[in-house]
Write a protein that binds this ligand. Structure first.
Ligand code: F6R
Length: 591
């Protein structure tokens, strides 16, 4: 949440680059934005409410070599120009952009107020430039003052700071992501994510928690915030290309990413076999295997409980990552925590990992973003290789996560080749499914139900977590009230919600639970529901039938895809922006 950017080097369009860089970080927050740049010894700035995507930055200064920028997802204080970043000290000699939360900001703010500092925003961030100023007054140089300030902050944060008297960028992180882009001979970028500088360089250096850096554009130094010890960093070449991070011919990233699933599932399946087998061994030998993730990734974990049970006859426990710390009593050094995360930066997941590590347990992560905090903090990692996912609503990451989890269950059952064969077949089924006629049919269905206020989805077995996931997808992009249930739970309460023509989606497969879910569908129909079946076979109970291929144990993967497409069209037809839903952000780096 919140995207931050910084540049220093020999290019003289630093302000323009800040605007362009922030556009690629907008998925992290889009209620307001701001930049500051250094020009003739002063810090100039521009801060605005709203999205940066339509902003033309080309009229900005072409005479500046240092800039910072921020795109905001509000935590402390409403969406106002004062609360947008950068935040400044009173005489505007210091500017700071910040992602995360300074948990002890009230204490520091009161302390600074007592010393005469005047604050103009409601943000926690504003304490940073004021505190840095205090340390500078004591005779410390700028970088040292940032270091001393960071030692005072508690919570999770990444910051980039600049000062009028210094031609350097100073940045630090504890808990929130910050990556350096190295453009050899030309300068350095720092950003919350690589797309912010991808058009200039693919050479990166990763800042770790508790570290800071200072760069003047020619050299860069990294050190430990607490000890001051220098931490030299390797330069790493990343493989992401700009085209992958772009929406190409599609109107929205969400639709592009849904379509990417024609290839992305096959990429997820293409794992190093030795690594998958090592992971299967780790699960087999663990005393207790736990799965944790948030939102959509959490639903992948929940589906994996069924995969491991049905395919490998192995018990694993899923809990939402935000609840995981309550399970610490069950953890031992021989336990294994499997975390699933697209971004690899989700704060609740990082916290769950810390809980497991504190008990001496090992952590396996299944992530999309290589080099992310979760990736680097894990004992083992499997990458889903979905390519950049920019739309807030997760689509191709989910199917990649499901594919890797299913493959792992097959490996654990000693049937890796069988699992691989199934999933590669599923990949070509998805390719066939996502044809223009199929998409048009879902667009037409969206037209029929777009005015509805409530929508329910039921499923059983691995289709139950997919019913929950369907509800997330529909809610977050179309704002229709949608809820998912286990089919068998209807009669225990939710069926009271069904009225004449309430749309109810039934997720089914050709499996042993088909008779049960069909009988739940009959119960809905008897109360007047409009039953929309998503299944390989049609049935007379269905008012509408969305055909999906028969994918056996991988049914969850193919069943969720038409719901993703339907959600997309519900959003568009209701006039909503599916890529940037209200109140949300892509990477949830606060707890
Ligand atoms: C919903 C969605 C979220 C994420 C959740 C976890 O479409 O995208 O529910 O799944 O915030 O994010 P990651 O996977 O990055 O840990």
């Amino acid at each position: 949440m919140c995207g931050i950017f910084g540049y220093v080097g020999s290019r003289n369009d630093a302000a323009i680059m800040a605007v362009e860089g922030l556009k690629s970080l907008e998925y992290r927050g889009y209620d307001s934005w701001g930049i500051a740049w250094k020009e003739e010894g002063n810090l100039s700035f521009r801060k605005e409410i709203g999205k940066i995507s339509g902003v033309d930055g080309t009229t900005l200064s072409e005479n500046c070599t240092l800039s910072i920028g921020h795109t905001r997802w509000a935590t402390h204080g409403g969406v106002t120009q004062e609360n947008a970043h950068p935040q400044f000290n009173e005489d505007r000699t210091i500017a700071v952009v910040h992602n995360g939360i300074f948990e002890n900001y009230q204490e520091i703010r009161n302390e600074l107020k007592a010393k005469g500092h005047v604050f103009v925003s409601e943000t926690d961030t504003e304490i940073a430039p004021h505190l840095i100023e205090e340390y500078m007054k004591e005779g410390n140089d700028f970088a040292r003052s940032v270091q001393l300030a960071c030692r005072r902050f508690t919570g999770r944060y990444a910051v980039v700071a600049v000062h009028t008297t210094s031609d350097t960028l100073v940045a630090a992180r504890t808990g929130s992501p910050l990556i350096v882009g190295v453009e050899r001979g030309k300068g350095y970028f720092v950003a919350s994510d690589t797309p912010a500088f991808l058009r200039h360089t693919k050479t990166v250096q990763y800042l770790d928690d508790g570290e800071m850096l200072v760069t003047d554009g020619k050299t860069i130094l990294f050190w430990d915030i607490l000890t001051g010890e220098e931490h030299p960093k390797r330069e790493i070449e990343i493989t992401t290309n700009i085209a992958e991070a772009d929406k190409g011919k599609y109107a929205h990233y969400m639709l592009k990413e849904i379509m990417d699933q024609k290839e992305s599932v096959a990429r997820a399946v293409n794992q190093d076999e030795a690594e998958i087998l090592a992971v299967a061994d780790a699960i087999r030998n663990a005393k207790g295997t736990f799965l944790a993730g948030c939102g959509t990734a959490g639903k992948a974990c929940m589906a994996a409980e069924y995969f491991f049970s049905v395919i490998a006859k192995h018990h694993v426990n899923f809990t939402p990552a935000s609840e995981f710390k309550l399970y610490h009593h069950f953890l031992q050094p021989q336990s294994l925590l499997i975390v699933v995360s697209q971004s690899g930066e989700t704060a609740d997941v990082l916290e769950a990992m810390n809980v497991a590590k504190a008990a001496g347990s090992k952590v396996l992560s299944i992530v999309n973003v290589a080099g992310s905090s979760i990736d680097r903090a894990s004992d083992y990692t499997l990458h889903i290789n979905a390519g950049p996912e920019r739309a807030v609503a997760s689509t191709k990451a989910l199917t990649g996560q499901l594919a890797v989890l299913l493959l792992t269950a097959y490996a654990l059952a000693g049937k890796l080749q069988e699992g691989k064969k199934l999933l590669l077949e599923v990949s070509s089924m998805i390719n066939d499914m996502l044809n223009p006629r199929y998409v048009d049919r879902l667009e037409a269905l969206a037209g029929k139900i777009k005015e509805k206020e409530d929508l329910y989805i039921i499923g059983k077995s691995w289709n139950y977590p997919m019913a929950l996931e369907s509800a997330i997808k529909i809610q977050e992009v179309s704002y229709i009230h949608a809820e998912g249930f286990a089919g068998g739970e209807l009669k225990h309460g939710p069926i009271a919600l069904i009225e004449e023509r309430t749309p109810c989606i039934v997720l089914a497969g050709n499996d042993e639970v088909l008779p049960d879910i069909l009988s739940n569908a009959v119960q809905l129909k008897a109360r007047g529901a409009q039953v929309i079946g998503v299944s390989p076979e049609s049935n007379e109970i269905f008012d509408e039938w969305i055909r999906v291929p028969d994918a056996g144990p991988a049914q969850a993967i193919v069943n969720i895809i038409p719901i993703q497409v339907l959600s997309y069209f519900l959003a568009v037809q209701r006039g909503k922006d599916p890529d940037m839903p209200r109140n949300l952000a892509k990477s949830v780096t606060v707890k």
